[in-house]
Design a protein around this ligand. Structure first.
Ligand SMILES: NC(=O)c1ccc[n+]([C@@H]2O[C@H](COP(=O)([O-])OP(=O)(O)OC[C@H]3O[C@@H](n4cnc5c(N)ncnc54)[C@H](O)[C@@H]3O)[C@@H](O)[C@H]2O)c1
Length: 261
């Protein structure tokens, strides 16, 4: 499935791209000409996606990568460079939802485990890809935050704190690395129909049709987003069409947060 050339010649690492939003990003960036490194802890689904992309005429490879493990991040970023050349697009997508509890019930381990993936993972992948981008004086880093990096809500404190951390790392790096031609932006999705959202609704002990309808109604557009709705935003920020966009917050939420701001 080849669409066009919007990111032709670029090399993209997408974390957590076996399923959900990351998977949609991998398919779209490959269809638009990028060589895509699909990375995830889910090896079977990741390899399956790479086979699908390659059969459709795209260029992709799979690497097992737990973003919270610096040794793996170091090795995979180097292996991708050896196979495809310097990485010029990094999509820090891997993330977990974590516990539903209020802050006073969250254990230190629950906090640490979530932060290790959602916040430290973004830092580690950014840290190890930046030298490659600096060496070619160009690059686009797209970090997946959430509308809860912008507005508050009750419960899920570790998740929401992690998305705030991602947002402020993004702005700091946007300023620091602009002189190297590197842009860094965040995307803030509303509820998107992915395994994470399914698990989140199920964890509330109620994944009935009524709960799904209630979640859809939070969005003025009357539905949850599809992974592709977010992938098109990632494509824009990854491409040269956004060449003067850095440190920005791209909200993709069907109007959810418009009524909260
Ligand atoms: N789905 C939503 O409604 C929503 C809303 C706002 C933000 N987001 C953010 O978008 C991103 C993607 O979410 P999603 O809904 O597609 O999630 P998902 O759970 O459907 O998919 C996440 C992927 O990340 C992988 N993963 C988990 N832990 C990992 C680790 N340690 N290292 C590498 N990969 C790991 C999983 O195997 C999976 O393939 C996340 O950062 C999430 O916080 C999602």
């Amino acid at each position: 499935m080849i669409y066009g050339n919007r990111v032709k010649g670029k090399v993209a690492i997408i974390t957590g791209s076996a399923l959900g939003i990351g998977q949609a990003c991998a398919k779209l960036l490959a269809a638009e000409g990028a060589a895509v490194a699909v990375t995830d802890v889910n090896d079977e689904a990741g390899q399956c996606l790479v086979d699908e992309i390659c059969e459709a005429g795209g260029t992709a490879g799979f690497w097992h990568l737990d973003v919270s493990n610096e040794r793996e991040v170091t090795a995979v970023t180097q292996m991708v460079r050896t196979k495809f050349g310097p990485t010029t697009i990094l999509v820090n997508n891997a993330g977990v939802g974590g516990t539903e509890k209020p802050t006073h019930e969250v254990t230190a381990d629950e906090w640490d485990n979530l932060m290790a993936i959602n916040a430290k993972g973004v830092f580690l992948c950014t840290k190890h890809v930046l030298p490659q981008m600096m060496s070619v004086k160009r690059g686009s880093i797209v970090n997946l935050s959430a509308i809860y990096g912008l507005v508050g809500a009750s419960q899920m404190a570790p998740f929401r704190a992690s998305k705030g951390a991602v947002q402020w790392l993004t702005k700091t790096d946007a300023i620091t690395y602009a002189r190297y031609g590197i842009r860094v932006n965040t995307i803030h999705p509303g509820f998107i129909s992915t395994p994470m959202t399914e698990n989140h609704l199920a964890a509330r002990g109620d994944d009935s049709e009524d709960t799904k309808i209630a979640a859809q109604r939070l969005h003025p557009m009357g539905r949850m987003g599809d992974p592709e709705d977010v992938a098109f935003g990632v494509l824009y920020l990854a491409s040269d069409e956004s060449r003067f966009v850095s440190g920005a917050e791209l909200v993709i939420d069907g109007g959810f947060s418009a009524r909260l701001c």
